[in-house]
Design a protein around this ligand. Structure first.
Ligand code: SAH
Length: 358
């Protein structure tokens, strides 16, 4: 089904339960046909909350003086990766703030090499904007995937929520092209309900997923962090603009479902942010409305508390083994199976078979 912008906007605006049932059913059918019943688990290691950037929505922003900053040691990260492998996850996702120190002395490169040498895990990086030369080094060290959300396709809104300071000379969209050219499996996505985001701009985000031909798509609700500038904006905007996209659970499901329709062969996680706004059933609904990936947290709990991109994150205190049990149970309850391999997306596997330039 080819979706144009107006159709996407109509879906985003509908609250009619009968019509929405059709959208969920269509997304679930396409998910089943294109990526099957398997749910892939990715062990998320939030290895550093140090950050040089000023993103107006994020609790890790450099200005937050009262956040206790940490960077796990290389050994701690590699040991956490071992634990992820023992728990049966095929992938570790190494995520951090924009911690530029990890570029020094080939710090992160060594971590990647050690994980690749000592485990059979796929390694995904989610460490923000980096120089293409460094992205290349990390790829050569064995990194398989890279997640870099473009956050919003609306340039004015993007500039508003990314105040200048330590920004790269490349835009996120340009970096996504570099990542693709380097052979990474490439993921991006956006936040839903950013103050100032309207329906046309969320529809543009979804169209951009298709245009970028993404291998992975991560979307989640904007959750206001009280100690960020965007929290003030979100209460000021609340209800003010008629065209404001709500940061609601329903809007997330619609976006996940529409993402599945525009990128049928992509891997799409049911995200922690979604589980945060509906702890009981958020993950399950996401999986039943287009998603096929979950990212259980394997960060040692003593660090996890400080990786506070937004407050009251789901699964903040459970240890990795408890998260594993809980997530597997939830997946089985909805009649799905847990993947045991690395879980590359069908889109990426096809791309790998295609000659370069096609
Ligand atoms: N430093 C990395 C990783 C950031 S955390 C990077 O910049 O890519 C991963 C994602 O969390 C971000 O891309 C953003 O989309 C999301 N995020 C950050 N703050 C958020 C908030 N307040 N509410 C919801 N999602 C948020």
């Amino acid at each position: 089904m080819y979706l144009d912008k107006n159709t996407i906007i109509r879906w985003l605006r509908t609250d009619d339960p009968t019509r929405l049932q059709q959208l969920w059913a269509e997304a679930d059918k396409i998910r089943q046909t294109m990526v099957g019943p398997t749910v892939y688990l990715r062990g998320l290691v939030e290895f550093s909350n140090c950050c040089v950037r000023h993103c107006a929505y994020c609790g890790l922003r450099a200005e937050r003086r009262n956040l206790s900053r940490y960077r796990m040691t290389k050994d701690e990260i590699v040991n956490t990766a071992f634990q992820a492998e023992e728990l049966g996850y095929g992938t570790v996702v190494l995520q951090s703030g924009q911690d530029t120190s990890v570029e020094e002395d080939r710090w992160l490169e060594q971590v990647i090499r050690r994980i690749k040498e000592k485990t059979s895990l796929a390694v995904t990086l989610s460490v923000g904007e980096r120089e293409p030369a460094i992205l290349e080094d990390w790829r050569e060290a064995g990194a398989d995937r890279y997640l870099l959300r473009f956050e919003t396709s609306d340039e004015r809104l993007y500039r508003r929520i990314h105040p200048p300071g330590n920004e790269m000379k490349y835009s996120r969209l340009e970096l996504l092209q570099h990542l693709r050219a380097l052979g990474y499996e490439v993921g991006s996505g956006s936040m839903i309900g950013i103050p100032g985001q309207n329906y046309a701009s969320l529809a543009d985000d979804i169209l951009l997923f298709r245009e970028l031909d993404l291998d992975m798509i991560g979307v989640g609700p904007f959750i206001a962090h009280p100690e960020t500038p965007l929290a003030a904006a979100s209460s000021a905007d609340a209800g003010a603009a008629q065209d404001q996209v709500p940061a609601s659970e329903l809007m997330c499901y619609k976006t996940i479902a529409l993402s599945r329709l525009v990128c049928p062969e992509a891997n799409i996680p049911s995200t922690t942010a979604l589980a945060t706004i509906n702890r009981d059933e958020g993950r399950e609904y996401g999986l039943e409305r287009g998603a096929n990936v979950v990212m259980p947290n394997v960060t040692p709990p003593r660090y996890r508390l400080h990786y506070e991109i937004y407050p009251n994150k789901a699964c903040l205190t459970e240890d990795p083994a408890a998260c594993n049990q809980c997530i597997r149970h939830r997946i089985h309850q909805i009649g799905r199976v847990v993947g045991t391999d690395k879980g590359f997306s069908p889109r990426y596997r096809k791309r790998q078979r295609q000659p370069v330039g096609r």
